[in-house]
Design a binder for this molecule. Structure first.
Ligand code: 5RP
Length: 212
């Protein structure tokens, strides 16, 4: 299981400095939606330049205008770009098409998708599916719980990611419920008193769980 470090609500320099402290423990780097909104694609360019050997995820959360947004992210250096699962399927088709042209990946954010919408997304077999508890939901309901399985949607060949307030304390619950191949972790590392130690503890916990 890979760790995707989510960088949100900070300046680009701060994001780079923080990533340097934890880079040994994390696998992928996410340029968070807030960084892209505040600083534009420059945030993707600078973070990819600083960490050329790490896969970079541009969490742009596309919902329309897919070719324009996906090309912009891939040209800036993103290896994976995100699209909302609630988008029209024509948008999803364009995301998959652009990713193929650039030989890059798509992450579909399942936030607020209905069961019916999830089933319609199953055909995008090359995509990574992200189960996401949003910031606003976290404030109201807390993070992940054991009831958050993927029921009828999941197939063994699917690549699943999980995001939303995941911490060392909830890592085992999330893993048991979703069997993700990627855990997306932001605040539990970036807001920790000692980010290096927090990231290392999460990495060690994953190694102990022996999950791939
Ligand atoms: O997509 C996001 C916000 O929309 C974040 O990347 C995701 O929630 C991870 O950050 P945190 O662990 O702080 O919740």
């Amino acid at each position: 299981m890979k760790i995707q470090l989510a960088l949100d609500r900070m300046e680009i320099d701060e994001a780079i400095e923080l990533t340097r402290k934890v880079e040994q423990s994390v696998d992928w780097i996410e340029v968070g939606t807030s960084l892209i909104k505040e600083y534009g694609v420059k945030s993707i360019q600078e973070i990819k330049q600083a960490f050329p050997n790490k896969p970079v995820v541009a969490d742009i959360k596309t919902i329309d205008n897919a070719r324009y947004e996906f090309e912009m992210c891939y040209q800036a250096g993103a290896d994976v770009t995100t699209v909302m699962g609630v988008s029209p399927l024509v948008t999803m088709d364009v995301c998959m098409e652009v990713a193929k042209e650039y030989n890059k990946q798509v992450m579909i954010d399942l936030l607020n998708t209905t069961e019916q919408q999830k089933l319609a997304l199953q055909k995008y077999k090359d995509a990574i599916f992200c189960v996401h508890v949003s910031k606003d939901q976290q404030e109201q309901l807390g993070s992940f719980n054991t009831g958050m399985g993927l029921k009828n949607f999941y197939t063994p060949s699917m690549k699943i990611a999980a995001a939303g307030g995941i911490s060392l304390a909830s890592l085992e619950t999330v893993t048991a419920a979703l069997h993700p191949s990627i855990v997306i972790i932001g605040s539990a590392i970036t807001k920790a008193e000692n980010p290096t130690e927090a990231a290392n503890q999460i990495k060690q916990c994953i190694l102990q769980m022996k999950v791939v």
